[in-house]
Design a protein around this ligand. Sequence first.
Ligand code: PLP
Length: 466
Amino acid sequence: MNKMKKYYYGICFLISVAINILFSTYLYVGDGRWGENNQEISCRSSLTWSEKAASEAEAVAAISCSGHGRAFLDGSISYGQPVCECYGCYGGTDCSELSPGCAADANSGDPIYLEPFWMQNAADTTVVISGWHRMSYEYDDDPMMSTELDKYIRKLHSIAGNAITQDRYIVFGVGSSQLLSAAVYALSSEISSSPSNVLASIPFYHLYKDQTRFFNSENFLFRGDTSSWKSNNSTDNMDVIEFVTSPTNPGGELKKAVLGGKTIYDHAYFWPQFTPIPGPSDHDLMIFSLSKLTGHAGTRFGWAIIKDKDVYEKVLNYIYLANAGISKDTQLRVLKVLKVAIKEDGKPFFEFAYNKMKDRWDRLAFVFSNSTRFSIQQRHPLHCNFFHESRLPSPAYAWVRCERDEDEDCRVVLEAGRIIGQSGSTFSAKDRYARLSLIKSQDDFELLLQRLTELVSFENGNMETM
Ligand SMILES: Cc1ncc(COP(=O)(O)O)c(C=O)c1O
């Protein structure tokens, strides 16, 4: 009997050991596994030092600012409380006061349009930065760039289908703005007796001209518009660096180089929410920006994809000399945001962003369809490889043309209708055009639409001038 008991206890003991081994394997190898199939780091149920930071972050986020502004941890403090920073025409301590008659500000390309998406994904995109997070200038395996982030950027492009990254070098910059000037530096000739000619096609993003002139080098010179250059010069044997903005800012059109020299493809807006993606871009030097992709302009992050090793080393050297690489805190945040952007092959993120832009364009196009005084750019459908169907572009900006002969300065005409835009000449185009930003907050867009509707109804009331 005793023997039977011992035998029975022995079996029970063995079964319990086996169950424990199975449990431990499941917990530590299964769930807590690191790698491709499980990117999440398993969390301990009780936190020690991050709780305070988390509750501070949640407390400031809980300040509603009446839904018309935001309070931030690093914002001003008044009476011990973070101050609400109000959108557009809202004011007061809690942003509840709409200022009547206030002008709709559609001037800047501040991309707040995706704020609701990031609020919906708060749990997955919040970053906790410890006091000792990456204090070094360098990463373990690279002085300046996170190899993990590099990997995710390549994954993002393969999902969006908008750029070839295989066998290409990637360099990070403080916003794509920094990479634009790094690219001009890298492509310009140091040995030639005359400076490289830097050009862009009107209407072009003003920074190309402003930076090239500001950095005032004997190696490069801004020469203006490609078409006028082409009609006055033969490009044979000319050292030309052409900025190709595709899609254009303003306009939103996909473009190709016209001069046949060296090119810098600025793809800040080459994402499925702004344009159908006909196929992956495969140019020698392509520049992308986090600002317009996810809306995190304040994070200041951009990247260049480069074919040629010499050019890559020059761009890298520029970034190293300018600021010894970019903030490691920034890179951590970008990694966190991109991991969410590419979830489920980018569907939730790009669907959200596209629907937001499409909705804004549908409503805007309806208002302009009732006007003969103002027109906006024509949009043409194109097959999008990301959404697998033909879609209309939904550009970040409306490029408005004032049609009446006397309305020579469209910005001024819009301003009289309490709408603030940028004049055509900011983009080296005619002032008969003005640019209106469509990527600001929902409040800003609603007010813009209201002011445009008023302007168009005024026109249809047969009033001669505003
Ligand atoms: C065409 C284009 N390129 C580059 C940039 C710069 O973007 P960032 O420096 O924020 O990456 C902008 C910003 O508006 C832009 O419109």
